[in-house]
Design a protein around this ligand. Sequence first.
Ligand SMILES: CC(C)(COP(=O)(O)OP(=O)(O)OC[C@H]1O[C@@H](n2cnc3c(N)ncnc32)[C@H](O)[C@@H]1OP(=O)(O)O)[C@@H](O)C(=O)NCCC(=O)NCCS
Length: 185
Amino acid sequence: MPPSTRLADAEDATAIAAIYNQGIEDRVATFETRPRGPEEIAGWFDGTHPVVVVEDGGAVIAFAATSIYRPRECYAGIAEFSVYVARDARGRGAGRRAMEGLLAAASDAGFFKLVSRVFPENQSSLGLLRSLGFREVGRYEKHGRLDGVWRDVVIVERLLPANMSGAPAAHALPGRHHRTPPRGD
Ligand SMILES: CC(C)(COP(=O)(O)OP(=O)(O)OC[C@H]1O[C@@H](n2cnc3c(N)ncnc32)[C@H](O)[C@@H]1OP(=O)(O)O)[C@@H](O)C(=O)NCCC(=O)NCCS
């Protein structure tokens, strides 16, 4: 059977943590250096921000996740995102599947834009995102230090046209409070 994509839930936290920790160890994708445990990943499931996983042969091989962009209500329709593929599954289409699933899930959830920041050296991520219609907005210079070295990041964004007109989605209405802290690059 070909790999499949589905919405994730807290039961996927262990598999997601293992994949995220590989990405953290590899130092190619994030300023984070502290490994994450499943209990912390379980906190990502806030009922507002969808997370998707790609499964192959019954095993989770990739995930893509949305998270809060900013706490201000005017930005409630924007989500941050991240995408990680298990080390031994990279370069075989799982990242694309995960992001296609996340774009659909974020659109269904009422978000009108996804944003993130990518290291300029991370050509596989930039290539994937470009091919999915993300725009490179610009570059933050020396946006953080990874292992003591200043690193730039490329800002990327993609509008979700289904949610660009009409009333804001339910989650974007005033009075909803996000419980999860922001997760960045
Ligand atoms: C970046 C990452 C998510 C891409 O997922 P993947 O499964 O390896 O990539 P895919 O096989 O789905 O490739 C999808 C597209 O990405 C692009 N791409 C992949 N590898 C590339 C490379 N080395 N150079 C340029 N573009 C590349 C291509 O556009 C490719 O399209 P194609 O299938 O038409 O060739 C994955 O490699 C990964 O998890 N890396 C470590 C963590 C990370 O960098 N996450 C992103 C954080 S911003």
